[in-house]
Structure formats: structure tokens, C-alpha cells
Design a binder for this molecule. Structure first.
Ligand code: S3P
Length: 445
């Protein structure tokens, strides 16, 4: 989608009526993190990679288009089916134009690591949100490997990757818990001389490590340390992307906090570095059952069964924060429904997501009648019944979907502003949500 089109589309709103619960069976779109990686790795592997369950959302489609602009032949089958004709690293060509990655931090940060290591000069840019996000967290370690990358004066995109010599492996201690930083450094390390090692301060999603292994790459993981030896080639493979637990989170929260709900979400990715939302909801008293646990393509998958009840406030254990980092907008809504007080701390990374999610959620929930105090690294939320009103998502897909779920604990209707970016991760969200009982309409203008 062009920048102009995405701006026009950003006038979409959700109009959501209260007085319902969530019931039935549903599936959610493919995992966004895995969808990005499936394109990146399939594109540079040798041979034909078949992907099913690919997320047809704007973020991952921008990554797909980026590789098409670098000469990779990619075929589209039915929904979620992608065939990549990878011809190895050498087959990538320098793109003619700047690469536009829309709203996607994952697309930009992982691609920068990959292209810096491959010595492909180009410019990476994005929408207003992405062009405001911090990139020194990746350019600092990549530069110390020998990459030549420039940012704006304040460390934001566009990122200009220039030709450099062969990169050299480094040992890097990541100052923040970030899978994107870890992945950018490891992907640069794939093409660097020697070994590249990343130490993390906390567990973050390990889809890069798992999926690279699926492509035949030797990635060594020891606790919070991951290492990769440069010069390894990827071999094409076939992979199935499971449902995104982050997209399930809105429905897990919606059903868990609403007595009368009984919902099954099928085929959800259960990677242990992503399941913090389930642990946190269970600590709040939620009735969530994990059924039919199986493994697909090196990743655990399960069906989730949720029965609604009254949740209780908790102090969210800080060790669960990085395991649920994208789910806090939804969890703030769960906290607003809970009896007692919920406290979130150690979550300052929420301030540098697609929006400042602490601020946007605090402002929006307060406008709907919640009792919430924002803090530099989290929030304190006293549960109460919401009255309804208008909440501004500020163009963030996850805050928009979270505010829509707030209707389940509201006395009056809720309008959510600026919802077009829901398409980055969850196309047809309103239709899917209506299918399990949410009284939601998507409105233009
Ligand atoms: C992602 C990592 C996380 C997460 C993002 C996806 C990934 O970002 O918030 O939505 O796919 O690696 P950080 O690495 O910035 O925490």
C-alpha cells in the first residue's frame, strides 16, 4: 500500500456496542514474526521454499515486496500460500528504489541486519510511526561488525546501508530484551567472518534461531546466549506458520474477562518465548485450557479453550514481561476489568513500539472510564466497570483491537479511532470478532 493510500485509510473507526460475550470456535491469522522470517530466509536459501499459513497482513506483505524488489521470484497461491524461489545469497540484486516497510519494526530491523551482512546498498524507510522509532539499537552493534549504516540525526529511519567490506563477528551484550536486535545481529553474523554471539538480558522470542535451524543453519543456544558461525548457506524447506498468539491475545482477554464466554481458538503458536499472556491471565484467575498440543515445523501449536470469569488484579511478575511484550495493550484491558489493582512494571520497552503503548492505553482507557495511572515503566490499574466513549488508538493495531475488546466490560458503546493499521497484523479483524459475538462495525471516515 502506498503511503498516501495508508494515510487515507487511517480514517477507519470501530464502533462497538456492549452487552455481549465471546462464544464459539475461531482461528486467527498466521504469526507475524514467523511470516517475516519465512520470507527473509526462503528468499536467501538455495532451492524452493513453500510457506503455508503466511500472514496476509500489510507488515509481512511489505517484507515480501522488499525481496521481490531485490529480484527474488515469489509466487502466490491461495490465501497464506507463498512459494519462494531462493537462489542463495548471490542472487539478491540491489533494489532500484528505496525499500518501504510500512509500519513494521521487525521488517526494518531484521532486513537491516541481513542486508548489511550481504553488502546490499539500499535505503529502508517506513510510515510516520516506523520513521520515528529508535534504530541505534541495531546500527550500533552492526557498525561495530563493520557495516556502514546511517540514520537521521536522532537515530531514526530512513536507514541508509552503504557498501562495506566483509563484516566480522562480534560478541554483543544486548542492553534491552529485544528479539529484533538479537535477530539483526545474528543475521548479519550469518555473513560475517568468524562467530557472532549475542547475550540477552531476558528471554525473547526465538523464532530466528528455530527457523534458521529448519533451513539447515547451525545456531548454538546456551541459556540467554545465541551464536552463529558466518558463511553458512540456507537450504530451502517447507514450513507452516501457526496462528499468531499475539492476535489470539485480544480474544483470550475478551473471553477470559467476560462471564458467559466460552471460546476455542484453534491452531495457535505456543512457542514458550511467547506464552507469557497465558501465564499472566492465569495468574489473574483466568480459565484457559491448552488442548491438543502438537508440533509443526519446529514450533509448538495448540488449541486454546477459554471460559469467562471475574479476573483478579495482580502485580505482573517482571520475568513474564518479555514473554508477553506485545500483549500488554490487551492485558491492560484485562486489568481494567479485574477486581482489585494490577501493577505492571519493568515494561519500558512498551514506550517504543508502534506507539508509546503505555501512554496510548492509559489515555484511551481513562477516556472510557478506567482508573489507570501510567508510570515510566508500566501502569497501575484499578479495576472498575467502564462507561464507554471514544478511545484513540493513535494508529496502533494492537491498541485499536484492545479498545474494541473493552466494550465487553463497558456499560456504553465504544468508538475506536484510527483503526486502519489493524490490517498490518489482523486483516478482517472486525469480521472475525463479530463471528464470535463482538458487536463491532468497521466504519469509514
Ligand atoms: C518481534 C520482536 C518484538 C515484538 C515485535 C516482533 C520480532 O520487538 O514487539 O512485535 O518478530 O522479532 P522487540 O524486539 O523490539 O521487543
Amino acid at each position: 500500500m502506498s503511503q498516501t493510500a495508508s494515510h487515507i485509510a487511517s480514517t477507519k473507526r470501530f464502533a462497538v456496542d456492549p452487552g455481549t460475550s465471546l462464544n464459539g470456535e475461531m482461528i486467527v491469522p498466521g504469526d507475524k514474526s514467523m511470516s517475516h522470517r519465512s520470507i527473509m530466509f526462503g528468499a536467501i536459501a538455495t532451492g524452493v521454499t513453500e510457506v503455508t499459513g503466511f500472514l496476509e497482513g500489510e507488515d509481512s506483505l511489505h517484507t515480501l515486496a522488499a525481496f521481490q524488489s531485490m529480484g527474488v521470484h515469489i509466487e502466490r497461491g491461495g490465501v497464506g500460500e507463498v512459494t519462494l524461489h531462493g537462489r542463495g545469497v548471490e542472487a539478491l540484486t540491489v533494489p532500484e528504489n528505496d525499500i518501504y516497510l510500512g509500519n513494521s519494526g521487525t521488517g526494518m530491523r531484521l532486513l537491516t541486519g541481513l542486508l548489511a551482512g550481504m553488502n546490499i546498498p539500499c535505503v529502508l524507510t517506513g510510515d510516520g510511526s516506523l520513521n520515528g522509532r529508535p534504530m541505534r539499537r541495531i546500527t550500533n552493534p552492526l557498525t561495530s561488525m563493520g557495516a556502514v549504516i546511517s540514520t537521521n540525526d536522532n537515530g531514526t529511519p530512513p536507514l541508509k546501508i552503504a557498501k562495506s567490506g566483509q563484516l566480522t563477528g562480534i560478541e554483543y551484550t544486548c542492553p534491552m530484551a529485544s528479539a529484533q536486535v538479537k535477530s539483526a545481529v545474528l543475521l548479519a553474523g550469518l555473513h560475517a567472518q568468524g562467530v557472532t554471539t549475542v547475550h540477552e538480558p531476558a528471554i525473547t522470542r526465538d523464532h530466528t534461531e528455530r527457523m534458521l535451524r529448519g533451513f539447515g543453519v547451525d545456531v548454538v543456544v546456551d541459556g540467554l546466549t545465541a551464536s552463529i558461525k558466518g558463511g553458512q548457506q540456507l537450504q530451502a524447506t517447507s514450513l507452516t506458520v501457526p496462528g499468531d498468539i499475539s492476535s489470539s491475545a485480544f480474544f483470550l482477554v475478551g473471553a477470559a474477562m467476560t462471564p458467559g464466554s466460552r471460546l476455542t481458538i484453534k491452531g495457535v503458536g505456543m512457542n514458550p518465548s511467547r506464552t507469557g499472556v497465558i501465564d499472566i491471565l492465569k495468574l489473574m484467575g483466568a480459565d484457559i485450557r491448552i488442548e491438543n498440543l502438537r508440533e509443526t515445523g519446529g514450533e509448538p501449536v495448540a488449541d486454546l479453550q477459554v471460559v469467562g470469569s471475574q479476573l483478579n488484579g495482580i502485580h505482573v511478575p517482571e520475568e513474564l514481561v518479555s514473554l508477553a511484550i506485545d500483549e500488554f495493550p490487551a492485558l491492560f484491558v484485562a486489568a481494567a476489568s479485574a477486581s482489585g489493582t494490577t501493577v505492571v512494571t519493568g515494561a519500558e520497552e512498551l514506550r517504543v513500539k508502534e506507539t508509546d503503548r503505555i501512554q496510548v492505553m492509559a489515555d484511551g482507557l481513562r477516556a472510557l472510564g478506567a482508573d489507570i495511572t501510567d508510570m515510566p515503566d508500566g501502569a497501575r490499574i484499578n479495576g472498575c466497570r467502564l462507561k464507554g466513549g471514544t478511545a484513540d488508538s493513535a494508529g496502533d493495531h494492537r491498541t485499536a483491537m484492545s479498545f474494541a475488546m473493552a466494550s465487553l466490560i463497558s456499560d456504553g458503546p465504544i468508538t475506536v479511532l484510527d483503526c486502519a493499521n489493524v490490517n498490518t497484523s489482523f486483516p478482517n479483524f472486525a469480521r472475525v470478532a463479530a463471528g464470535v459475538g463482538l458487536r463491532i462495525a468497521e466504519v469509514d471516515g
